[in-house]
Design a protein around this ligand. Structure first.
Ligand code: ADP
Ligand code: MG
Length: 228
């Protein structure tokens, strides 16, 4: 198995509190990996460690077989919490700001806007976008520069069923484009439809990791893991 991202004994202490406790995960290349866990389990903190927003207290992050370095940043796209978008600008104008910071061409903006199907919003200001469209714009920004891995923290939060379906289709398209997706959720049913591998985090510890398919009973797996 080819892993795009691994962590070894990843640990994070914040204010004398041990938030992430020796997490070792393996994310297979080209797949969608679902990081599951109840609220407060440590999903967002883990994702921040993976993309360099936080520094590990112990342990390491390995990307494509090499220890995490600043260079890794260019190969990972992230959407954690709310995206950095300006409501008074259009989708393309928002993209231009980020493209400029990343040194990415305007062709790349067109490619990503098309991929996310937000290339026809024209002069519409982002403040008038639906939540689903804003979410897609956030993902579009994360995809600028063609990263190999994209990290999405609870991307279905607040989306209606249509928005969730669209996100699912989008994730499928990303995998088809050889982009690995790491997505977190506290919703088991959603992850079941999106992910081919899962990791279950409870209280800062990885309690389960493995491949899943449509017939697996995630709820039973989850309940067994929580009982331990
Ligand atoms: P999740 O995303 O799974 O809901 P988080 O990673 O946001 O969980 O948080 C995990 C735990 O770490 C929570 O108990 C949270 O209160 C705590 N935590 C996260 N960030 C901080 C911080 N900056 N200061 C203190 N505690 C924090
Ligand atoms: Mg979170």
């Amino acid at each position: 198995m080819d892993y795009i991202l691994e962590t070894k004994n990843l640990t994070k202490n914040i204010k004398n509190e041990n938030i992430i406790k020796g997490l070792s995960l393996k994310v297979p290349k080209g797949e969608t990996y679902g990081l599951l866990g109840p609220n407060g389990a440590g999903k967002s903190t883990t994702m921040k460690l993976l993309c360099g927003l936080l520094k590990p207290s112990e342990g390491e992050v390995i990307f494509k077989g090499k220890p995490w370095s600043r260079d890794t940043l260019n190969k990972i796209g992230v959407l954690i919490e709310s995206p950095a978008i300006y409501g008074n600008l259009t989708a393309k104008e928002n993209m231009l700001i980020h493209a400029c910071m990343l040194g990415v061409s305007e062709n790349e903006i067109t490619r990503v806007l098309k991929l996310l199907k937000i290339d026809k919003t024209g002069k519409k200001k982002v403040s008038n976008f639906s939540l689903g469209m804003k979410q897609r714009l956030g993902i579009a920004i994360a995809l600028l520069g063609n990263p190999d891995l994209i990290i999405l923290d609870e991307p279905t939060n607040g989306l209606d069923p249509i928005g969730i379906q669209e996100l699912r289709d989008l994730i499928k398209r990303l995998n088809e484009n050889q982009i690995t997706v790491l997505v977190s959720s506290h919703n088991l049913a959603e992850i079941q439809h999106i992910a081919s591998y899962i990791g279950i985090i409870i209280n800062g510890k990885l309690k389960y990791e493995g491949e899943i398919n449509d017939t697996d009973d995630l709820e039973t797996i989850f309940m067994n893991v929580t009982k331990e």
